[in-house]
Design a protein around this ligand. Sequence first.
Ligand SMILES: [Zn+2]
Length: 254
Amino acid sequence: MRLQLVRHATLIVEYGGRALIVDPMLDDAGARPAIENSPNPRKNPLVALPVPAGEVVRSAEAVLVTHTHSDHWDKTAAELLPKDIPFFGQPEDEAKFSGQGFTRVQSISTPVTWKGIEITRTGGQHGKGKIAKALAPVSGFVLRAAGEPVFYIAGDTIWCREVEDALADFRPSVVVVNAGAAQFLEGDPITMTADDVVQTCQKAPPAQVIAVHMEAINHCLLTRSDLAFQTEAARVIDQIAIPNDGDWVTLKSQ
Ligand SMILES: [Zn+2]
């Protein structure tokens, strides 16, 4: 497998001989207002795509969306992707995608196999307490295919029981975590902090952890350099990749 961070949580994943696009957010920089009630109020996305949106979608043979917050699924993605592309997401979002004209939407409640790739849904907590409830549901996904490393996309979640269980149950070799420590003016972070990323690394020592979801949306306050500094201090830097937008990540197991 190989994997490209396009921007924020948008990935191109080449896996099992196929190419999937994950959480496509393809709006131009500044196309949307800042997240309401959040610090650092600047228009989103904060940065441009590394390549034109049309080029990003061109290689995609299927779409996988963890949840439909606008930093994971936006208007430009809905317009640009072909309506008959195989489309996978959580059951709660199926009606939304179908309503947008997509004709091959399949919810992942029990594992689904597409072209030899088994996709299993995992859970998560998009924050704590009341905030997590308000932002739910969110999903992660585990991909498995013959001859490929087990690949876990945690989605928008903090370090929590669901993530710990997924690491124990699936023993992934490659894990993508959404960092950024996103937060509102009040309450705890709703995506992984540096400590959460460190926890993930420590609980899955053989796995390579790829941290994304930084420096593209106004309320994600944890930067790549902060995360690099803190993961180095925690001695997990060798296990982690912190790609820039447009970077292809080299996977250790390959
Ligand atoms: Zn997000």
